[in-house]
Design a binder for this molecule. Structure first.
Ligand code: 3PG
Length: 406
């Protein structure tokens, strides 16, 4: 694919997709972590003399932190030390008018692209190029830049549609992530994946592909992924833990989890104990003794010791998603200790995903990792051998648009 260094960008109109999806305080709507904003700095520097229009998302429809991108524009402006204008429109007449008025050096931040319903449907890129979003915005630009590595596992119009109608270029962050990850993706050595967090649909898909394609020697399941595997195998995980699974919409994933576990049992490591809240304190309980009313909030101490001792056998450890409710002091032990063991092992270690990176930062461990990726799901998809749709679309774009200028 083409990079920003391959193309003359001065005086051009650029549509850029970035990923600044961040933790947000639900009451004040304040952005709590600006790492993803900083990660795009170099890209914006390369676009100093262009007209730059930003497409980005915040969360998903139905979630508490699904909100406007107004604060994102303010945060970006603060970090870039440049004016960033926000408009509460995506491709309506007001957005188009603003875009047409732009001068070189101007930056315009459009509304949360997921406010537009077609954006959240995953489909082939040929279909995505015919969406209203791409039809309406595409003709206003010279180039499309994808710097949203962290969202490039999504076959959404803003990721895979635009590069089919505009010459697509990778941003600096995208380039850096791919360079580092390609280096780490060589087949040699024992590779362990430690998967947690709440996006179970993604992690089940990834687990299956990592094991099917012989990429992972072991997958260590923590967080809600572990609960689903335990439940799918007939374990009592407590009514409240089951309710969490239902509320997240993953109840129908249980049969799939059962099949995956049955097929790859030897390679999937599950917790031997977990932690719950009892009389206002953390209580670690063995897997076959979980009370009916329990809510699992972390992996247990025995599991931490077991997983950590196994990490010493790895040449590569890739971690995504926290092991428990790390936002609560009593239940961050699993996440912190697994991070510490991975960081202290001799393995080449990578972490990715908003929550686990926040946890690593808070525990003072971030600098101990060989690579801290901005991507969570995208990072795992990159390794799982199924290709990153955003990257594939950029490669296709290069074939379709031969850029003569240099
Ligand atoms: C992420 O946080 O992993 C990316 O922003 C993608 O978000 P998504 O999982 O809602 O598509």
């Amino acid at each position: 694919f083409l990079t920003l260094d391959d193309v003359k960008l001065k005086n051009k109109s650029i549509l850029i997709r970035i990923d600044v999806n961040s933790p947000i305080d639900p009451s004040t709507k304040r952005i709590l972590d600006d790492n993803r904003f900083r990660s795009h700095l170099k890209t914006f520097r390369s676009l100093n003399d262009s007209k730059t229009v930003i497409l980005a998302h915040q969360s998903r429809p139905g979630k508490k932190d699904f909100t406007k991108t107004e604060k994102h524009a303010e945060k970006l402006s603060e970090i870039l030390k440049r004016d960033v204008k926000y408009i509460d429109d995506i491709f309506g007449s007001r957005a188009k008018e603003e875009i047409r008025k732009m001068r070189n050096g101007d930056i315009l931040f459009l509304e949360n692209v997921r406010f537009y319903s077609e954006e959240t449907i995953e489909r082939d890129r040929e279909k995505q190029k015919d969406t209203f979003l791409v039809d309406e915005l595409g003709p206003l630009f010279d180039f499309y830049v994808n710097d949203a590595f962290a969202a490039s596992h999504r076959r959404h119009p803003s990721i895979v549609g635009f590069p089919l109608v505009l010459p697509g270029i990778s941003g600096k962050l995208m380039e850096k992530e791919i360079d580092i990850l390609k280096g780490a993706n060589k087949e040699e050595g024992t590779t362990y994946f430690v998967l947690g967090g709440a996006k179970v649909d993604d992690s089940l898909y990834v687990t299956q592909n990592l094991l099917k394609n012989n990429i992972a020697d072991k997958v260590f399941a923590t967080g809600i992924l572990a609960n689903i595997f335990l439940r799918a195998n007939g374990k009592e995980i407590g009514e409240k833990s089951l309710k969490v699974i239902k509320d997240l919409g993953y109840k129908d994933k249980l049969p799939e989890a059962k099949k995956i576990y049955k097929k790859y049992k030897e390679k999937i490591e599950l917790p031997k104990d977990i932690a719950i809240l009892k009389e206002n304190d953390r209580k670690d309980i063995k897997i076959d003794k979980i009370p009916k009313k329990a809510l699992i909030q972390d992996i247990g101490i025995e599991t931490i010791a077991d997983f950590s001792s196994k990490f010493n056998k790895a040449d590569k450890i890739i971690m995504n998603g926290p092991a428990g409710v790390f936002e609560k002091e009593k239940f961050r032990t699993g996440t912190d200790e697994l991070l510490r063991s991975a960081a202290e092992s001799d393995a080449f270690n990578i972490i990715g995903g908003g929550h686990i990176c926040t946890a690593a930062e808070e525990a003072g461990l971030k600098l101990s990792f060989d690579h801290v990726s901005t991507g969570g799901g995208a990072l795992m998809k990159f390794f799982s051998g199924t290709g990153l749709p955003g990257l594939e679309a950029l490669k296709e774009s290069k074939k379709r648009f031969w850029i003569k200028e240099k």
